[in-house]
Design a binder for this molecule. Structure first.
Ligand code: NI
Length: 204
């Protein structure tokens, strides 16, 4: 009895590193699915080229997103981009909800002195019935109009406008307008990559 127990402890200890390695690899794989382009990294200095590239990404997002998603069936739209992740439909509606906030954050920063913004429960928003079931065309139309307005605004900003900022309640971080442009350009590419990787993996 003791001998058997001892043997299983020994094999447990022998297998433990392999098990941990397996878990570690699972985490790395999951991180790759979750952060296909990595997390947003703010450049030490944000220059004119960054701003121009970021605005271009924002300008192109609605067309790129619509192009990738418009021909998918309902079944494909309701497929999660990773295990336990949001479906393509939820991603599309999430981008619309998130960039709706971004637009308001730009306007707040430009018209008030470092305003404290309102965070929102993005996970809960994505679980609301509309995010789970509404036609993606609603968010395509919304993003097209929203990004056209946002890009028009951003292209017209002066250098002093870019230094204006808001205060985020979650980490008390001060976020400048120029950093926010970068964050949402990253956010556009981040979710677009989720969708593109899914399409590639599925051969759709
Ligand atoms: Ni997001």
């Amino acid at each position: 009895m003791f001998g058997n127990g001892f043997k299983s402890i020994k094999s447990f200890l022998f297998l433990l590193p392999y098990f941990l390695l397996f878990l570690g690899m699972e985490n790395i794989e999951m991180d790759k699915l979750r952060y296909p382009i990595g997390k947003f990294e703010k450049p030490d200095t944000i220059d004119k080229t960054h701003i121009e590239q970021w605005i271009q990404i924002l300008e192109e997002l609605p067309e790129k997103l619509t192009g990738r998603v418009k021909n998918l069936s309902d079944e494909q739209l309701d497929t999660p981009y990773r295990p336990n992740g949001w479906t393509v439909r939820q991603l599309v509606h999430h981008i619309a909800d998130s960039h709706h906030h971004s637009y308001t954050r730009f306007k707040w920063s430009l018209t008030e002195d470092r305003p404290l913004i309102k965070a929102y429960e993005e996970k809960d928003w994505a679980e609301l019935f509309d995010a789970r079931t509404a036609p993606v065309e609603l968010s395509f139309d919304y993003l097209k109009a929203l990004h056209a307005k946002m890009v028009f605004l951003l292209k017209g900003l002066k250098s002093e406008d870019l230094k204006k900022s808001y205060l985020h309640p979650e980490d008390n971080a001060t976020v400048t307008v120029e950093e926010n442009i970068g964050k949402y350009a990253w956010h556009s590419q981040h979710h677009l990559a989720h969708i593109e990787n899914l399409l590639e993996r599925k051969g759709w």
